[in-house]
Design a protein around this ligand. Sequence first.
Ligand SMILES: *[C@@H]1O[C@H](CO)[C@@H](O)[C@H](O)[C@H]1NC(C)=O
Ligand SMILES: *[C@@H]1O[C@H](CO)[C@@H](O)[C@H](O)[C@H]1NC(C)=O
Ligand SMILES: *[C@@H]1O[C@H](CO)[C@@H](O)[C@H](O)[C@H]1NC(C)=O
Ligand SMILES: *[C@@H]1O[C@H](CO)[C@@H](O)[C@H](O)[C@H]1NC(C)=O
Ligand SMILES: *[C@@H]1O[C@H](CO)[C@@H](O)[C@H](O)[C@H]1NC(C)=O
Ligand SMILES: *[C@@H]1O[C@H](CO)[C@@H](O)[C@H](O)[C@H]1NC(C)=O
Ligand SMILES: *[C@@H]1O[C@H](CO)[C@@H](O)[C@H](O)[C@H]1NC(C)=O
Length: 570
Amino acid sequence: MRSQTVFWLISLLVQFKIYMSFALVNPILPGWNPDPTILRVGSDYFIATSTFEYFPGHPIYHSTNLVDWELIGHALGRPSQLSLLGTPSDAGAWAPGLRYHNGIFYLTSTVRYVYTYELRLFPRSFFVTTTDIFSNEWSDPIYFDALGYDADLFWDTNGDVYNTWSGINNAIDKIYGIYQNKVDITTGNSLTPAELIFTGTLPDNSSARPEGPHVYLINSTYYLLIAEGGSGPEHRSTIQRSPSPSGPWESNPTNPILYNGANLSLPVQYTGHADFVQDTDGQWWGVALGVRPQTIGDFNHIQLGRETFLFPVTFDSQGWPVFNYGQPLSTEISGVLTNKPHLSTFYDEFTSSNTLGNSYYFLRTPYKPFHSLTARAGFLRLFGNSYALGDRDTPALLLRKQTSYNETFETVLDGFNPESNSTEAGVTVFYGDFAHNDIGLVGSSDGSGNRVVVTRIMRPAEQVGPWALTTTNSTVTTVTYTPLLTKSDPVKLVIVGNPTSYSLGFAEENDLNTSKEITYTATFDSISMSVPPVNDFFFKGASFGVYNTGNGRPSLSPADIMYWKQIPGA
Ligand SMILES: *[C@@H]1O[C@H](CO)[C@@H](O)[C@H](O)[C@H]1NC(C)=O
Ligand SMILES: *[C@@H]1O[C@H](CO)[C@@H](O)[C@H](O)[C@H]1NC(C)=O
Ligand SMILES: *[C@@H]1O[C@H](CO)[C@@H](O)[C@H](O)[C@H]1NC(C)=O
Ligand SMILES: *[C@@H]1O[C@H](CO)[C@@H](O)[C@H](O)[C@H]1NC(C)=O
Ligand SMILES: *[C@@H]1O[C@H](CO)[C@@H](O)[C@H](O)[C@H]1NC(C)=O
Ligand SMILES: *[C@@H]1O[C@H](CO)[C@@H](O)[C@H](O)[C@H]1NC(C)=O
Ligand SMILES: *[C@@H]1O[C@H](CO)[C@@H](O)[C@H](O)[C@H]1NC(C)=O
């Protein structure tokens, strides 16, 4: 009897300990992955996020347990789906919506090509479709008529299909609101006039920004989930309901249902732009974007940008959804799901296949390929082009998202023999045209045929905060040159990311396998990857990249990248 009691007590303790050690570790998609939308089909879960001027557009992540997510492809991978030539930084592919109906996957999107006054309004949203989401083959865009962004598709039980989006009242006042109409889902054409169905829960002025709408039908009640408050600390999610998919809306008395901005000392901020889904066990889960500022109360060090977070959704006694038990979103939610494996090293030796892995991005739509995995076995060969990294075009640049604040990026550059002092290849920590810091090799100017290390730092710490800069004059660049000892040895190039800074370094290798001590040529504040110039905005986060450029002239010297290694920190 007594030993039974002891056994029972011990097993209770063990169970309690297991329960306590269960934790959902956020973000589930580390590195910039804003504007998540989630979908379940059978036992498969899918998430899509925004990509702006990066190509291909809209990554699709897949999971069967909500814990382990795999990048399976992109919805917009052909130039006919996504032409980004000349697209400004942070325009491009905005928030997607992922839905499924009668065997067809739908991804809604808006691609913003320009930011000019003449455009006046937003562009037309569109959707692409596929019957096999794992095939990575989606249709060409099917355009809606309405001008706006954050389009969301909803199928009513009677077969009507609604498009719901964020738009503005007119080009002068620019008061944002949630608009809706019925559409023909084969053509995208409007069947009914666009109606303003909701203006949000905040004072209805130009800073309110109701956006990111999603319509749901749950137990015969229609719900409208939106994001509001702008994309900074005031960002939030609110929900309303109605007996009709078009309102009028009864607002949840506990709105906002997701909001961390009221307490600037919380480790996760900017939370909002949510979507939610029911799992195979009947439980509900939401996704939202959030940032992890690296010094409490200081939103300057958010170089990873807006990442994707997961949280449990429950329903209160009045039938209102409750996000994350009514608590602010955090990096660990105990008691649900299992521990997530720690981030592992990404190590690509370019040996295994003829196609580049799907986690690499181009800056804008490439005119033609500028890389090869077959030109030299075991290397990624980059053929340079005339565009420099700051050009609003398509430099020969390959990017991969930084995924943790402490993260080292490392590669070895081999076989690069620049024909002139404008021919340059190297690595970069890259945000966009006017925010990237680089270390590379360039031909020396003394006619000796030697190479020198060039370090280029844009917008260093002393020039930030508050930025007295505009987008037209924001580039303040410091260039330093460091001589190399040899004419042709391989050179290791390293970027060490810390929570509030980055360091750039190099080491000459006398063969491809020896490790030499790194010489660091610059350290800079990571603010330069996360604070936009005045009157501008940053929607992405930092990536690491390799490039080859003639800085305005064709580059004749290919650069061979031996491997790509990203080592995430604790
Ligand atoms: C909108 O209203 C809010 C709350 O009253 C106020 O803080 C904000 O400054 C207003 N914005 C504009 C552009 O009027
Ligand atoms: C829907 O209704 C059923 C039956 O009343 C109930 O068990 C369930 O909890 C409801 N679901 C939600 C999300 O309200
Ligand atoms: C804000 O969050 C911090 C950290 O969790 C907490 O210590 C503090 O009490 C919170 N402040 C308010 C006003 O809720
Ligand atoms: C980065 O590394 C430092 C030193 O190991 C550690 O104290 C810090 O918590 C890490 N930061 C993050 C965001 O992982
Ligand atoms: C490159 O070399 C040319 C002469 O060959 C020189 O005029 C020019 O200033 C050099 N450019 C740089 C950036 O050093
Ligand atoms: C950039 O332009 C703004 C206004 O156009 C001006 O106030 C500022 O001084 C300029 N900054 C630099 C570094 O030239
Ligand atoms: C580097 O090491 C690998 C195996 O570890 C070997 O195959 C290769 O030949 C070595 N390269 C050089 C240049 O020594």
